[in-house]
Every structure is written in C-alpha cells, then in structure tokens.
Design a binder for this molecule. Structure first.
Ligand code: AHG
Ligand code: MN
Ligand code: MN
Ligand code: MN
Length: 308
C-alpha cells in the first residue's frame, strides 16, 4: 500500500512537472555520480516518507541516498526495500516515460536491522516491481511464486486497476528487438559486439530492430510485452556496466524470470553469471545486465562460448 501510494504521488508530480516548475536539475550529485534532477529529489522524498511511516519497513536503500536509511524503532517493521525512485531521469525534461523500480526483502536480523539485511542475493527477494509513468501510469508487480501482474492507474478513481494476470513473455521470444545504448559499442567486448553484429546481419533474413528509450523501466516493459532483449553490458570503461544491482538489476531480473524470461550478467568477473545469484558487497554496486527472452539471452551467452 505504501509503495502504490508513493507511485501515485510520483505519477502526479511527473504529470504536473511542466506546470509546477519541476523540470531541471536540483544542483546535487548522487552516490553513483548522477546529476540529480528536481524530480529525482522529490520522488525520493515521497518514497522515503511513505515507507518510513507505513510501519512495515526496517531499512531502505535508495539510489539517491549515500547510506541506508534505518527506520526509527517506533515505526520499524520487518521489511527491507531497495528502490530507484525515478528511473530514466534524463528523459524527464523531454516528457518521455520514466519509472520507479523496487525490491522487497524480509529482514533476517532478530532485532534491529543491519546492512547485511540488504546485501543479499536476488534469490531472497519476496516482491519486486516497477511503475511506469508513461502515456498511462502502470504498476507491474510480482510476489515470488505468484507471477507478474499489471495494474493501470485510473486517474478518475485514483486507483490501480488490475488489467492482466500472470504476464508471460511472448511464446518463442516474441519480436526480434535488441535494446542497448549502441553509442558505447566501441568499448564492448567481442561477444557483445559479435551478437549485435549477427542480429543486424542475418544473411538475408530481416534484421533485428533496434529500440532504446534510455529509461530502463520503459525498455524492460516493452521487452516483457513484445519480446527481445535489453542489454547494459560491461565495457572497457565500466567493468561493472552502469546499472545498480539492488534497485535496477535485481528487481528487473526477478520480474523477467517470473515472466518466463531470463536474466544474466553475461561475462562478469571472469565467469557467466545468472543475475539473481550475485551477492552485492556495497549498496550502490553495479553489474552488467542482459535480460529478456530466453532465445536472445541464451544467444548472448552462446556468443561468449564462441568467442572464448
Ligand atoms: P536513473 O535515471 O535512475 O539514474 O537510471 C538511468 C539508467 C536507466 O534508466 C537507463 O536505462 C540507463 O541509465 C540509460 O543509460 P545511458 O544514458 O547510458 O544509455
Ligand atoms: Mn540517477
Ligand atoms: Mn535507474
Ligand atoms: Mn533514478
């Protein structure tokens, strides 16, 4: 309930941004070096307020806060939440879709929560989801073992309406789409260069289409509904890629697997790794991301075998 309330408030803020002078920079830089936008700061306050006051949470990790937030004892509950309050913030000012991403765990510590309650494998996630602030506001959520569910915000009711149960990626992998920031390609490793090259030159067959919004929420949402693959690989400059494990990589990998897709880091620290199996050592750690239909994720992993 707290998460959906915060999503509704953030949706309103995004809708009104032009009128309420909420475009533009806030003037600070966050822990991973991003210039904060006004809406990054506002949405972060909205989520922290909702989650610290709902009585359900013990510790919060946000993209926009250097340190974990420990909920005061009188308001503390048993859940741990990692969130990206506003994803795709480079798209705010041009009115392109943004989103929120979150993952929920149950704390292990008997008494007060510690940072060890959040530095865990993605296999421990209980609930993950994202909310997309697009043409419509849409909440996509998965409680472990209960599939992926879509809810659209009805603005006249102010409520999320359940529109699809047990969402699965299209049979066979769906549309042949690759989604990545190809501007980074000169720094990619041979396998990523190789597979993208193969998708573009299919020896007379129709090539894969390139689609890249630059908001992970939108790119992943399209991948779940239409098929294909989304990649933010490691490269020569960024050995861990760009996306953060706790509030980008893990929740999206969880949802993708629950929807019948696959989620890998590709080659990371010298071996092929399933994304949810990694164990972050720090809260803002990054990891490479290759997520989407099994057909295309497996093709990336096969290319790593071919290239050695
Ligand atoms: P955020 O806006 O939360 O900092 O996330 C930005 C991420 C993600 O949304 C997006 O997919 C990716 O950065 C885009 O990166 P590039 O601009 O390097 O393509
Ligand atoms: Mn950011
Ligand atoms: Mn993000
Ligand atoms: Mn963000």
């Amino acid at each position: 309930m707290a998460l959906q309330l915060a999503c509704k408030a953030t949706s309103r803020a995004c809708n009104k941004a032009g009128i309420a002078m909420l475009f533009g920079l806030a003037g600070e830089v966050n822990s991973t070096g991003d210039d904060q936008k006004k809406l990054d700061v506002l949405s972060n306050e909205i989520f922290i307020d909702a989650l610290t006051n709902c009585g359900a949470c013990a510790v919060l990790v946000s993209e926009e806060n250097e340190d974990p937030i420990f909920v005061p004892e009188d308001k503390a509950g048993r859940f741990v939440v990692a969130f990206d309050p506003l994803d795709g913030s480079s798209n705010i000012d041009c009115n392109v879709s943004t989103g929120t991403i979150f993952a929920v765990y149950e704390k292990k510590s008997e008494k007060n929560a510690t940072v060890s309650d959040i530095l865990r494998t993605g296999n421990d996630i209980l609930v993950a989801g994202y909310c997309m602030y697009g043409a419509a506001t849409e909440l996509v959520i998965s409680f472990k073992g209960h599939g992926v569910h879509r809810f659209t915000l009805d603005p006249s009711l102010g409520e999320f309406v359940h529109i699809q149960a047990h969402v699965q990626l299209p049979e066979g992998g769906g549309k042949k789409i690759y989604s990545c920031n190809e501007g980074n390609s000169r720094n990619w490793d041979a396998a990523i260069k190789g597979i993208i090259g193969k998708w573009k030159d299919r020896h007379g067959d129709k090539p894969y289409a390139a689609r890249y919004v630059g908001s992970m929420v939108s790119d992943v949402h399209r991948t779940i509904l239409y098929g294909g693959v989304y990649l933010y690989p490691a490269d020569a400059k960024s050995k861990h890629g760009k996306l953060r494990v706790l509030y980008e990589g893990f929740p999206m990998a969880f949802i993708m697997e629950q929807a019948g897709g696959a989620a890998s880091c590709g080659m990371f620290k010298g071996k092929i790794q399933r994304l949810l199996d990694i164990v972050p050592e720090t809260i803002h750690e990054k990891c490479p991301v290759v997520i989407g239909c099994k057909r295309d994720v497996e093709a990336v992993l096969e290319e790593y075998k071919i290239q050695g």
